[in-house]
Design a protein around this ligand. Structure first.
Ligand SMILES: NC(=O)c1ccc[n+]([C@@H]2O[C@H](COP(=O)([O-])OP(=O)(O)OC[C@H]3O[C@@H](n4cnc5c(N)ncnc54)[C@H](OP(=O)(O)O)[C@@H]3O)[C@@H](O)[C@H]2O)c1
Length: 301
């Protein structure tokens, strides 16, 4: 039976993977920094508290577990914070991945590493798996270096790049969609950029693609995201429509006017044809994903 280790199992994607990968598919283990498991009653699931920046403990634990596959979702995902907390960013986003590569090599594990459209410069997106990365932010550089560590690490490595991820889960930082819905419900103005173009991704579709990658034993690079590419402003208007909220509070603006610390890839987005064809999946468009997200919210309440 497969034994799968999810690192960052309390994050947005980590939680969805724990939910999706069931007992019939694999034996499941999780790692995160928190003292107690978010899934204390889940059967056939083992939680380990570990800071992945501790290299020796990471290698020792993976050696003990001997997973057939590791899915590394752990990261600092706040791209602005990565600009002023560079050391912390590099430690988890890159150095910890180098430790996991070594651990995977010793244990003979496949390693699935999550990455981002931020490895591209946003000059000429959408990008395919064959396009050349050229990150413009520190976060993007840290993710690109992690990709290189996995692809050059002498292991069965997979890079899964995704973009603008959202979904439900416990104790999560607000995603763009949940932040926007809250603001629109409170009838508060929001300024949304018209010049950042990309796909958006409901976490369920990403988790389903990773499950398929594990099932088929794939290696290499995969772009996984919602299949529609649109501006953040157009996406915000769709959020208002799906939630039946007034869009008069959504004001268009430009990225340069926001004064964000990290540079953003503007004309970005990921071409998902390879993942759809090779994994036999059809990713949903923006509205389909938003309707599913809204339905899930209704079931949670
Ligand atoms: N979110 C997006 O829009 C997006 C877009 C493109 C790519 N990605 C990539 O997709 C992956 C998953 O993203 P996500 O949104 O699911 O991330 P997330 O919600 O921030 O989850 C990451 C998890 O890793 C944990 N973690 C952080 N540092 C750790 C450490 N040193 N040791 C062990 N665990 C640690 C975090 O704990 P704390 O929360 O307590 O720190 C959190 O539970 C990441 O690799 C990210 O770079 C995300």
């Amino acid at each position: 039976m497969r034994r799968i280790l999810i690192t960052g199992c309390h994050g947005l994607l980590g939680q969805k993977l724990v939910e999706l990968l069931d007992r019939e598919f694999c034996e499941l283990l999780g790692i995160d920094v928190h003292s107690a498991s978010y899934f204390p009653t889940r059967r056939a699931y083992t939680y380990h508290q570990l800071d992945l920046t501790n290299r020796s403990e990471t290698i020792e634990l993976v050696q003990r577990i001997q997973p057939s596959a590791i899915v590394n979702t752990a990261a600092i995902t706040n791209v602005d914070a990565c600009e002023y907390e560079r050391e912390a960013c590099w430690k988890i986003n890159t150095t910890a991945v180098e430790s996991l590569v070594k651990a995977a090599r010793l244990a003979g594990s496949r390693l699935v590493q999550l990455s981002s459209d931020y490895v591209f410069d946003g000059e000429a997106g959408p990008y395919s798996e064959f396009d050349r990365p050229n990150p413009i932010s520190y976060y993007g550089k840290s993710k690109h270096a992690s990709e290189n560590a996995v692809l050059g690490g002498g292991i069965d490595g997979v890079i899964v790049r995704t973009v603008v991820l959202y979904g439900h889960g416990r104790k999560l930082k607000p995603s763009f969609v949940s932040w926007l819905v809250e603001r629109l419900r409170a009838r508060r103005d929001v300024k949304i950029v018209t010049d950042q173009i990309s796909n958006t991704t409901l976490v369920d579709d990403l988790a389903a693609a990773i499950r398929r990658i594990l099932e088929l034993g794939r290696t290499g690079i995969y772009h996984v995201a919602g299949r529609e590419i649109l501006s953040r402003f157009e996406f915000a208007m769709k959020v208002a429509k799906v939630y039946r909220l007034s869009d008069v509070y959504i004001q268009p603006t430009l990225t340069t006017l926001l004064g964000q610390k990290a540079p953003r890839p503007l004309q970005s987005g990921l071409v998902v044809d390879k993942a759809q064809d090779d994994l036999g999946l059809t990713f949903r468009n923006a509205e389909e994903q938003l309707f599913a997200f809204r339905e899930q919210e209704a079931m949670l309440n």
